[in-house]
Design a protein around this ligand. Structure first.
Ligand SMILES: [Zn+2]
Length: 166
């Protein structure tokens, strides 16, 4: 188990998603970047409510946990695709990954892909939540077989997933 080196974490282990701490947000809060609304202790996508709230006084504006993770580059899931297979099936694989993101956002609007990069023969996807990374791994295995490996880091909510197919 590798320890995670990340400047933003300041060496402190996080057992929970530090960006979702309920007490950190007042109600109602609207995310100025993506428009999510913090309502009844949950972040929801509700354009009508968001528009209505924006006309009211006393509303708070603050980045939602997902937008904060983008800004501070703080992924909680990392998926690496290894081997030659993904390179020759790039389009299908990228579509599958984006479909999983759409499905994830349908369940929880805070589940998003932070980045998808090709680097040194790997495709690397960073996600805002571990559950989305896990689902991408399972979807790859379900669609293309291959070899799936998980590594949960101790004391932190970060999952590293490797999918290998040659
Ligand atoms: Zn947001």
């Amino acid at each position: 188990m590798r320890k995670r080196e990340h400047a933003m974490r300041g060496g402190q282990p996080h057992r929970d998603d530090p960006f979702v701490l309920i007490k950190g947000y007042k109600e109602p809060t609207v995310c100025p970047k993506c428009g999510l609304v913090f309502h009844e202790k949950k972040w929801i996508r509700d354009q009508e409510l968001s528009n209505k709230l924006k006309k009211e006084k006393g509303i708070h504006y603050e980045l939602c946990p997902a937008c904060k993770k983008f800004k501070q580059h703080y992924p909680m899931g990392i998926v690496r695709l290894k081997g030659n297979f993904w390179m020759t099936h790039k389009e299908g694989i990228k579509n599958l990954i984006h479909n999983e993101e759409r499905r994830g956002m349908g369940k929880n609007p805070l589940e998003r892909i932070i980045s998808m990069k090709e680097k040194a023969g790997e495709l690397i996807i960073e996600t805002t939540r571990e559950s989305l990374a896990t689902r991408i791994g399972k979807a790859l295995e379900g669609a293309y077989k291959g070899n799936l490996k998980y590594e949960f880091s101790k004391g932190e909510k970060l999952v590293r997933i490797e999918w290998l197919r040659d």
